[in-house]
Design a protein around this ligand. Sequence first.
Ligand code: IPM
Ligand code: MG
Length: 355
Amino acid sequence: MKAKEKQIAVLPGDGIGPEIMAAGLEVLAAVSQHSDFSYETEFLPFGGRGIDEAGDPLPAQTLAAAKQSHAVLLSAIGGPKWDNSPRRPEQGLLEIRSALNLFANIRPTRVSDIQIDRSPLKADIVRGTDFVIVRELTSGAYFGKPRSLKTDEAIDTIYYSQNEVERIMRIGFDLADQRKKKVTIVDKSNVLATSKLWRQVAASVAAQYPEVEVEYRYVDAMSMAIISQPANFDVVITPNLFGDILSDEAAEITGSIGQIPSMSAGEDGPNLYEPIHGSAPDIAGQGIANPISMINTVAMMLRESFQEGELAQVIEAAVDATIKDGTVTPDMGGKFTTQEVTNHIIDYIDGAYTK
Ligand code: IPM
Ligand code: MG
């Protein structure tokens, strides 16, 4: 028997989800063949598939298996089919984040030299971009109560406790400490009470990290700065809703949101890994979805949950080489299919071990 048998809960989801998940798992199988990393996968219904198969976007069986796993690998959920369903697929995502206490969502934006020309920004502006958005994921506007929708009024609530802010600050400052030692705190403290708390707690945590440079920005100004000076940032710590918006904007400066992985982590229990993009129902089933986000997501899982940094690096190098070759899907300006891109990446992986 191999030394380490890791259990991975696989949630292929909806739209392009199953297609890119297949690509990610092919790549995982390919690198694992060259190492003693060994794992088992369990496929579970989730999102729209959960509604169709079990009447629930997060079926009890899926949550139970996810809790037992060493890591949860998710691709994407949702689609027009469930627009009028009493419970939407997205609800499953919010529930699993909450049930696994995954309060810290890590979304990297890195533009490597070979990607510079793919960015919609000018080369001089985008060169050197390498930052991480640390998005609070289980509180704020997404979870605050009361919450209601009537025909003539609707209520959402933004709530943050000091403890919730403090723990996400620690994740962000610890990360900055291992990186370029700069934190950008994003909020709307000129208007929102929760943002005032956000900034106060940030300042008290910052005092414990004298090595880390701290700056504060309002979210509106930050949305400008992300495109005017993206190379200035290292770790960006932001509440749930702002993080949702800013991370899509940040992803776009790499040239395609179809490349960006993410990790959601809590204090204990398995982490959840997912591309940051959606299920792209408009291109589902055509075999042209960009598999790179899912493949990068697999690399992130190997590094962060399984301490297999070397395997992650082999995957990322293979992805870089493939992008450099121009073997990319239409969203990145190429003409290749999901399977062709995946095969190309696997060829590079196999090549890395036969040298
Ligand atoms: C994301 C997504 C989700 C979010 C949706 C699908 C609920 O946009 O992961 O960024 O808003 O968190
Ligand atoms: Mg989003």
